[in-house]
Design a protein around this ligand. Structure first.
Ligand code: FES
Length: 170
């Protein structure tokens, strides 16, 4: 799992050297006159760089970095749910409750998560370890029900497995 840098009110967001290299690789995927199309992967990278979420300051930085009007960045960041616009815990637990997962028992999975973490969807535990989110289809319907924790998918879940997975996290 990636360690995330934290953006504080004193530290303005700035891409690391490693991120700048990744951005060059991202830009190479697009024609030179279509670089604005790299906004989504660059926002994703910014989210990883800046503590797992995108503050207004981070969005403005991305806009300035890419030479885009801030509104172009805001409209993308606020449309897609994979961009977190408020801080999340160290583990971002995203439980799918869309149709395939729902038919396969996502209500029970969500119930087990709420019970285990003692928070509701949208909430973060007091120790800031976990944020729980209810999300739409994550494209793993064949192994429903499922959840994503940070970058990892957990599939064919049962209530018992949910508790085990949470307990095994370092
Ligand atoms: S409906 Fe849950 S992964 Fe598709």
């Amino acid at each position: 799992m990636n360690e995330r840098s934290t953006v504080t009110s004193e530290a303005k967001p700035r891409f690391s050297e490693d991120a700048l290299q990744q951005i060059q690789a991202i830009y190479r995927r697009y024609p030179a006159d279509r670089r604005q199309s790299a906004l989504m992967p660059i926002l994703h990278l910014a989210q990883r760089e800046f503590g797992g979420w995108l503050s207004r300051e981070s969005l403005d930085y991305v806009a300035e970095f890419m030479g885009l009007p801030p509104i172009r960045v805001y409209e993308v960041a606020t449309f897609y749910t994979m961009y977190n616009l408020k801080p999340v815990g160290r583990y971002h637990v995203q439980a799918c409750t869309n149709i395939s997962c729902w038919l396969c028992g996502s209500d029970a999975i969500m119930g087990a998560l709420k019970n285990k973490l003692k928070i509701q969807p949208g909430g973060t535990t007091e120790d800031k370890r976990f944020t729980l989110a209810e999300v739409e289809c994550l494209g793993a319907c064949v192994n429903a029900p499922m959840m994503q924790i940070n970058d990892d998918y957990y599939e064919n879940l049962t209530v018992d497995k949910v508790a085990e997975i949470i307990d095994r996290l370092p």
